[in-house]
Design a binder for this molecule. Structure first.
Ligand code: CMP
Length: 140
């Protein structure tokens, strides 16, 4: 199977509760390779740019306020079937519906403060990684 790239974000509620290391461990244990990584504090505008596809949703303003409220860690992850496998590792968008042992079940609080983000398709994986990283920032 072909290797894929997906974007992972450790959200402000998870960095605040000092879960960054534990989440990175879970990602590595699950067999993902971190090809690029950095810590950022997004401006409201940068959060709006990232979540542009959701701009007409009722939760857009709250979501972008939250995503610009504290530090985040962004990672480009590589693995065969990375998009689907990472989504399995993190669990359902709403932590209340996430399976036991998943990142969102362990560290999420509600659908907005859900600890992590993952791309929803291989095409969006490439696009989202491109939003945060230049070619120079990749480990080859
Ligand atoms: P994420 O994977 O970052 O992608 C979009 C985010 O929007 C999602 O995780 C949730 O945090 C948030 N989201 C999705 N649906 C809702 C909702 N109904 N109410 C509030 N936030 C939502």
């Amino acid at each position: 199977m072909k290797k894929e790239i997906t974007l992972a974000i450790i959200k402000p509620n998870a960095t605040e509760k000092k879960a960054t290391g534990k989440i990175i461990d879970m990602i590595l244990e699950a067999g993902f390779e971190i090809k690029a990584m950095k810590m950022l504090h997004l401006t409201k505008k940068e959060a709006e740019g990232f979540y542009e596809v959701h701009k007409d949703k009722p939760f857009f303003n709250d979501l972008t306020d939250f995503m610009s409220s504290g530090p985040i860690v962004v990672m480009a992850l590589e693995k065969e079937n990375a998009v689907e496998d990472y989504r399995k590792l993190i669990g359902a968008t709403n932590p209340a519906e996430a399976a036991e042992g998943t990142v969102r079940k362990l560290f999420g609080e509600n659908i907005e403060r859900n600890a992590v983000h993952g791309s929803d398709s291989p095409e969006n994986g490439i696009k989202e990684v491109g939003y945060f990283f230049s070619n120079l920032e990749f480990v080859n």
